[in-house]
Write a protein that binds this ligand. Structure first.
Ligand code: DGT
Ligand code: CA
Ligand code: ZN
Length: 571
């Protein structure tokens, strides 16, 4: 996506400017813009100028830079900065503990221009004796490098999926390709992925491979053979393309979709039938005769199984269920009838409620809930009681104007340290829907945090616990909480747990959401959108729901309006 590329360029400009010790406001402006662009769900080249200027943090100057990139593929300022400072110097700042001052100092005193240079300098003892570099600092840098390396091993799904889809659509334009699919953890919608795996069948392998390595995304080809290419993308993601014969396509796709654990189980079943499955097909063990493999259905069928959706292929009971013909009827995007966690510009959201209503109607939603933050500490522009009252009036006006959709006035109320809420019950009971979330004091002990959240569950006006574990993928670990106890309390008090679709959250995750289902607790798949484009994030929450084996009846926002209102006890 163009967005990923522009965000990368803006971030790099900010980092170069930091090294040059430029105006902090200017630096922050680039970082903020990068963040907004990265979280857009439509590509900037599909947006009008008026839409782009509405993106938070984009003014005239940055609009100019975006236009420059869209017409030339480059931003002149970025190019100039790369001339001034070697590119590798800014990569030093990816190491936790190394800021712009240190990066600049290392470059100027030891000509360190990359992480490899830095490791070498450490090993050769060159940092010893430099002003400000004691043994402790050296150790911290080593630790920082190790943690950086661990961090790049896996990337959040949402950073990789749009790039993979873009590559897939470019590949589909090549006439020598007969079939092509994304495989691996990406096809299973795992929340983090190591790399991109693509499988294709081609009429001429060589033509396809040549085309692939010339794609604009490719930074470096690591290995190239007749049937496989490994490369690194500009975003530092590894990608593997495998080209197979058409008759093996299904077998290769199944093999490389994994998971490894799932494949092992399928192969065991094959063995029991005197068959052998590998990436080339299904074979009779006695004489190696080829039995099939052009489609995945064929592969599953020969071992006596129905086709299993990739999201279930984790060896978490799907083989047993499939053998009994009892796979869950997992939900799909079309089952979602509304979004019950949306922020408008009444708090820290970007769009007006009316714009949100229009966007929801475009998605054919039957209902939405506007759920601002409450006034408490730490959250931007949280609503006071007065503002809640003002908003109520506006929502009532909009209800008259848009009778085709139900607009609920909700709130995302903060759960305070002791489990009380930062709005009075008298206020909460006036609202249609109450989500309670933890937004502060993340470092509590497990017991305390569990008690805190359960206390919120016990509040009679709370319907939903928002993003129940607080994790931010790759950025913040979940807070310590006994999720089994939380699920039990939700079951006891008839409350809902959220699957927050915000791609950094995906919280509850698949495993916990499946546990909730097994205890009879209903979930709700919300976006937590802060702009109308973010309503598209719903696909990430739906993917968690699929991986959690959820069916429509397990999810609050798949119900029709009337049932929904009963379930939240409003009629
Ligand atoms: P990740 O770590 O996010 O890349 O996860 P995957 O599942 O995409 O793993 P990856 O890329 O290493 O391999 C893709 C699939 O290929 C994997 O899900 C199953 C299959 N596969 C890879 N290596 C092996 C292996 O040694 N044995 C078996 N049975 N399958 C393998
Ligand atoms: Ca993979
Ligand atoms: Zn929240």
């Amino acid at each position: 996506m163009k967005n990923v590329e522009i965000a990368r360029i803006f971030n790099e400009i900010a980092e170069f400017l930091e090294i040059l010790n430029e105006n902090p406001f200017r630096i922050r402006a680039y970082k903020k813009a990068a963040k907004s662009i990265e979280s857009l769900s439509s590509s900037v080249d599909e947006l009008s100028e008026e839409d782009i200027i509405k993106i938070p943090g984009i003014g005239k100057d940055l609009l100019g830079k975006i236009k420059e990139y869209l017409s030339t593929g480059k931003v002149a300022l970025h190019e100039e900065l790369k001339e001034k400072i070697p590119y590798g110097v800014i990569t030093l700042m990816d190491i936790p503990g190394i800021g712009p001052k240190t990066a600049k100092f290392l470059y100027e005193t030891l000509n360190i221009k990359s992480i490899q240079d830095l490791e070498k300098a450490l090993d050769e003892g060159k940092l010893k004796g430099l002003p400000g570099f004691g043994a402790k600092t050296e150790e911290n840098i080593r630790k920082g490098i190790a943690s950086f390396k661990r961090g790049i091993e896996r990337k959040p799904l949402f950073k990789v999926l749009p790039i993979a889809n873009e590559i897939l659509s470019l590949m589909k334009q090549n006439k020598y390709i007969l079939k092509i699919e994304i495989a691996g953890s990406l096809r299973r919608w795992k929340d983090t992925v190591k790399d991109i795996d693509i499988i294709c069948a081609a009429s001429e392998n060589e033509k396809v491979i040549e085309y692939f390595i010339k794609l604009p995304h490719i930074k470096e080809v690591v290995a190239k053979g007749e049937t496989k290419v490994s490369a690194i993308l500009k975003e530092s993601i590894q990608i593997d393309l495998r080209v197979v014969e058409e008759k093996s396509f299904g077998a290769a796709l199944a093999y490389f979709t994994g998971s490894k654990e799932h494949n092992i189980r399928v192969r065991e079943l094959a063995k029991q039938r005197g068959l052998k499955i590998n990436e080339y097909g299904v074979f009779r063990e006695s004489d190696e005769k080829f039995i099939g493999g052009s489609s995945e259905e064929e592969v599953y069928q020969v071992v006596g199984l129905p086709w299993i959706p990739p999201e279930l292929r984790e060896d978490r009971g799907e083989i047993e269920a499939a053998l009994k013909n009892a796979l869950p009827k997992i939900i799909s995007l079309e089952d979602i009838k509304g979004d019950l966690h949306i922020h408008s510009n009444y708090s820290d959201g970007f769009n007006s409620i009316e714009e949100i209503v229009a966007a929801a109607l475009k998605r054919n939603y039957k209902y939405i809930a506007i759920t601002e933050h409450s006034k408490g500490l730490g959250v931007a522009k949280g609503l006071t009681e007065d503002r809640i009252f003002e908003q109520k009036k506006e929502i009532e006006r909009l209800r008259k104007r848009y009778p085709q959709i139900v607009i609920l006035q909700g709130i995302e109320v903060n759960i305070l340290q002791d489990g009380s809420l930062d709005l009075k019950d008298d206020t909460l009971k006036e609202l249609d829907l109450v989500i309670a979330s933890v937004h502060s004091a993340f470092k509590q002990e497990e017991k305390e945090m569990t008690k805190r959240v359960i206390k919120a569950i016990m509040n009679p006006y709370v319907h939903i616990i928002g993003h129940p574990t607080g994790r931010l993928i790759g950025e913040r670990e979940p807070y310590k909480i006994d999720i089994d106890e939380v699920i039990k309390a939700a079951s006891d008090y008839g409350k809902f747990l959220e699957i927050n679709s915000y791609p950094l959250r995906m919280d509850l995750n698949d495993i916990n959401a499946k546990k909730a289902k097994e205890k009879g607790v209903k979930l709700v798949v919300n976006t937590d959108a802060h702009s109308i484009t973010q309503l598209d994030y719903i696909v990430y929450g739906v993917s968690v729901a699929k991986r959690a084996w959820l069916e429509t009846h397990n999810i609050l926002n798949t119900f029709e309006v009337e049932e929904l209102m009963k379930l939240i006890r409003k009629i």
